[in-house]
Write a new protein. Structure first.
Length: 170
């Protein structure tokens, strides 16, 4: 029990950048907000994100004085300044490839400071199964209905055969 409690406390403490939401569905695009505290006294002057395999950054959102730029797997915010001990939020739209297995993935995040100083974080997101499209649900329901109908038909034939054989034996 103590080990479980330690793991629960250690997870959030490991990365000081907090993703909201922490769950992203496969096959969908989700807006992820990265809550970023500047834990240093020096002002933070840049922020960067690298997306893992099977994910793509499809859009970024500028905030306050920050200018956002992105490519398929990376995003940067620059031109702003976050004073020491302050917090801001950076937003990006993250697309997870359809068929990606559920489980944890990690964003590589950098907080950038004057004179080339960088603080790196690994921010964990959890991939969840994506919602099924209506065509997939209809296809599965059709197959289930056909199989169910076949089972009922076989049972009806067996019951009829038993009745006929029991009447002929009498």
């Amino acid at each position: 029990m103590l080990a479980l409690a330690a793991l629960l406390v250690a997870g959030p403490a490991g990365a000081h950048i907090t993703p909201l939401p922490g769950l992203v569905p496969a096959g969908e695009t989700t807006r992820v907000r990265l809550l970023s505290p500047n834990e240093r006294a020096a002002p933070m002057t840049g922020f960067a994100v690298e997306a893992p395999e099977n994910t793509a950054i499809v859009d970024v959102h500028s905030s306050e004085d920050w200018t956002a730029r992105f490519a398929e797997t990376s995003a940067t915010w620059s031109g702003g300044s976050l004073s020491g001990r302050e917090t801001t939020t950076f937003e990006l739209d993250l697309a997870v490839a359809s068929g990606t297995e559920p489980g944890p993935v990690r964003l590589s995040v950098e907080q950038r400071y004057p004179r080339g100083k960088v603080v790196r974080w690994r921010v964990t997101l959890t991939i969840t199964p994506g919602a099924e499209r209506p065509a997939q649900s209809f296809r599965r329901a059709s197959v289930a209905a056909l199989l169910g109908g076949a089972v009922v038909a076989v049972l009806a034939v067996v019951m009829l055969w038993r009745r006929v054989t029991s009447l002929s034996e009498s």
